[in-house]
Ligand binder design. Structure first.
Ligand SMILES: NC(=O)c1ccc[n+]([C@@H]2O[C@H](COP(=O)([O-])OP(=O)(O)OC[C@H]3O[C@@H](n4cnc5c(N)ncnc54)[C@H](OP(=O)(O)O)[C@@H]3O)[C@@H](O)[C@H]2O)c1
Length: 275
């Protein structure tokens, strides 16, 4: 049985993780059990039972702000909290030599070196999207971007609920980077191609992003390859955030038994990238 700490347990994803753990993985003898539930020091939910908070009945795991203490009873931490908390959570997991899956999104490139350094000591999986479908979408985009000529323009459209703070989504950026890399182009975040909803003449090779924030949309991503006279659109539509929770728990279970290193969802699924 693998023991997991959920960081950000009071949030939408945190509660979905607790629900998913109680229904899918907890029953298997080699499954995953939640032994720690972490919120911010100012959380109004401190002391409440994480299971009751998630609507699955008492688990005997109170919400706490003490990650260090929770890690002492755990094999892996799964973080879906806030960008500002990631650095401290990573440092605490590294000091405790415990595996960490980061599902939180919104990082800039400045954190890449920190991830790489921590991964020399712990298994670290960074996943801007923990859905199995999106992981496959990334691979399909890689193949399409490589196969189609440069005169097929690439546009990335994404839509999320109105509470989401970062834009474009971490997944949209990952899709853009994958397409650029497959075409041998620079990282789209380093070029003016990253400008969202930019109006004006398109430069050859630009990758554009369009963002919608509305209602309770769980997450939609379309990568459009638009040529002269034809379009290829690859779309993933999430209708239930349980898919992210299930993917994160399964990946967390896998991560707990890996050696130190920097991993992504592709590694977890065993998908090989063709050179
Ligand atoms: N990787 C994926 O597939 C995926 C899927 C969906 C969402 N996400 C990302 O996951 C993150 C969370 O999303 P969400 O929709 O669940 O947001 P949310 O509902 O706002 O939940 C975040 C929770 O983090 C807690 N928190 C804040 N500071 C903290 C700290 N220092 N330590 C521990 N907990 C802290 C907050 O609770 P308290 O105030 O009670 O502390 C809050 O409830 C976002 O970055 C989102 O973009 C990723």
């Amino acid at each position: 049985m693998t023991r997991a700490v959920i960081i950000g347990v009071t949030g939408r994803m945190g509660r979905a993780l607790v629900r998913a753990a109680s229904t899918t993985l907890a029953s298997a003898p080699d499954g995953l059990r939640i032994t720690g539930a972490i919120a911010s020091p100012g959380s109004s939910s401190l002391g409440q039972d994480a299971g009751e908070l998630a609507g699955v009945g008492a688990l005997g795991v109170p919400v706490s702000a003490d990650l260090r203490a929770a890690l002492a009873q755990a094999d892996v931490a799964i973080d879906f909290s806030q960008l500002q908390a990631t650095g401290a959570n990573l440092a605490t997991c590294r000091a405790a030599r415990k595996a960490l899956l980061i599902g939180t999104t919104g990082f800039g490139d400045d954190i890449t070196a920190t991830f790489a350094a921590a991964a020399t000591d712990i298994p670290l999986l960074v996943a801007p999207n923990t859905s199995v479908g999106v992981t496959l979408l990334v691979e399909l985009v890689r193949a399409a971007a490589k196969a189609l000529p440069l005169d097929f323009d690439i546009g990335i459209l994404e839509a999320h609920h109105k509470m989401k703070v970062d834009a474009p989504s971490g997944t949209a950026l990952a899709l853009g980077r994958t397409a650029a890399e497959a075409r041998g182009l620079p990282d789209p975040m380093l070029t003016r191609a990253a400008l969202t909803n930019r109006i004006g003449e398109r430069r050859r090779g630009d990758i554009g992003f369009a963002v919608v924030r509305a209602g309770d949309i769980v997450g939609e991503h379309t990568v459009m390859f638009a040529g002269e006279g034809e379009q290829l659109c690859l779309t993933h539509r999430a209708t239930d955030r349980a898919i992210f929770a299930k993917g994160a728990l399964q990946a967390g279970l896998w991560l707990a038994s890996q050696p130190p290193g920097l991993y992504n969802m592709r590694d977890f699924l065993g998908l090989k990238t063709e050179a």
